[in-house]
Design a protein around this ligand. Structure first.
Ligand SMILES: Cc1ncc(COP(=O)(O)O)c(C=O)c1O
Length: 365
């Protein structure tokens, strides 16, 4: 792979240049898509549950983007499970009350069997995080949170966790390494649902963890590699290859989607059909509270023609969903909250469709 490229490339170049084959006459310009379950003996990897050249290419590119060493997993949730395997039996995990509901559901499941003790916090309330992390094994950070878009001060939270001796994990799915590189703030493990922005086309389920290139980071990485090998939640080569292909345009996609999101957030603020707009000022997720609650919000989803009513985010196409339709979503998420994953379409087309859907509620909505 392309190890000899200089280290000081900007992210816009990294996403294009890294994870390619060595420049040998006749070699393909793209990473190989390797479908082999096993390898001829005495090489660096002997069985494909332990490694695959397509993984290596993707891991090289993502590792450079985050400033660490990446490991690819079968899904974001497989990466969540691997990260949680770092918690000793019965250890306490401090987690944002509004973290992704799959993460909190897994924590609740583990807690119901005594495997962990879960402490929920508001990540913007530093004092409560400090109190909760005392004696904890892990501080789970998700910033911005899904779907309330709360933003944590990484330096403060990591400092508190360090003092308490807790491992920090930061789910960087929403921000992407283009906006935030948690390892630079001292985070121990960065997590991605690669399904979202990194792959970017809603055609892949994949996850990743990234650890710092320090001795301590390598120890953590070794434990995660063992977890991946033994628990077997490994990424398919095809998915990994598609994710790498998607990653090539991450910079352009995020730039365009963010510009669209900024404009839409500004226009939605004060819209007669909208009670409140949540937008952290970066990224391409905007959450709005629709006037009239759950019923009105569902009607907006049904009325859009260009926006896709679906439960994911980070794709090139714009998606909308009322999050409380999922029973796992906490009661503190407003019933009428719609999560908008803003895509890369023409912003005027997106606005016309959304504005029309919101106005279809009528003046009293
Ligand atoms: C913030 C966040 N983390 C993790 C996940 C889980 O990822 P996956 O669906 O790839 O398993 C999701 C999925 O929506 C998510 O939004």
């Amino acid at each position: 792979m392309s190890h000899e490229i200089d280290d000081h490339l900007s992210p816009a170049t990294q996403v294009v240049a890294l994870g390619r084959q060595d420049r040998m006459p006749g070699a393909g310009v793209n990473a190989p898509l390797e479908f082999s379950s096993t390898y001829i003996a005495d090489g660096p990897v002997n069985y494909a549950r332990g490694g695959n050249p397509t993984w290596t290419a993707f891991e090289e590119a993502l590792g450079a983007l985050e400033g660490g060493e990446a490991l690819v997993f079968a899904s974001g949730m497989a990466a969540v499970a691997a990260a949680l395997s770092l918690v000793p039996h019965g250890g306490a995990v401090v987690v944002p009350g509004h973290a992704y509901n799959g993460t909190t559901a897994l924590l609740d499941d583990l807690a119901s069997r005594g495997a962990v003790d879960v402490r929920r916090v508001d990540p913007t309330d530093e004092a409560s995080v400090r109190a909760a992390v005392d004696g904890a094994a892990m501080l789970w950070i998700e910033s911005p949170t899904n779907p309330m878009l709360e933003v944590a001060d990484l330096d403060v939270l990591v400092g508190a966790a360090r003092q308490a001796g807790a491992v920090t994990v930061c789910d960087n799915t929403f921000a992407t390494p283009l906006v935030q590189r948690p390892l630079e703030h001292g985070v121990d493990v960065v997590l991605h649902s690669v399904t979202k922005y990194l792959s970017g086309h809603s055609d892949v389920i994949l996850g990743a963890l990234v650890t710092p290139p320090s001795a301590a980071g390598r120890e953590v990485a070794a434990r995660l590699v063992t977890h991946r090998l033994l628990h077997g939640a490994i990424a398919g080569p095809m998915e990994t290859w598609l994710a790498l292909r998607g990653l090539r345009t991450l910079h352009l996609r995020v730039e365009r989607a963010t510009a669209n999101a900024r404009q839409l957030a500004a226009r939605l603020d004060g819209h007669p059909g909208v009670e409140r707009v949540r937008y952290p000022g970066f990224g391409a997720i905007v959450s709005i509270e629709v006037r009239g609650g759950a019923d009105s919000a569902e009607r907006v989803c049904a009325a859009t023609r260009l926006w896709t009513h679906a439960t994911s985010l980070g794709g090139v196409e714009s998606q909308v969903e009322r999050r409380r339709r999922h029973p796992a979503e906490p009661g503190s998420v407003p019933e009428g909250l719609l999560r908008l994953s803003v895509g890369i379409e023409d912003v005027e087309d997106l606005w016309r469709d959304l504005d029309r859907a919101l106005r279809s509620l009528g003046p009293g909505a």
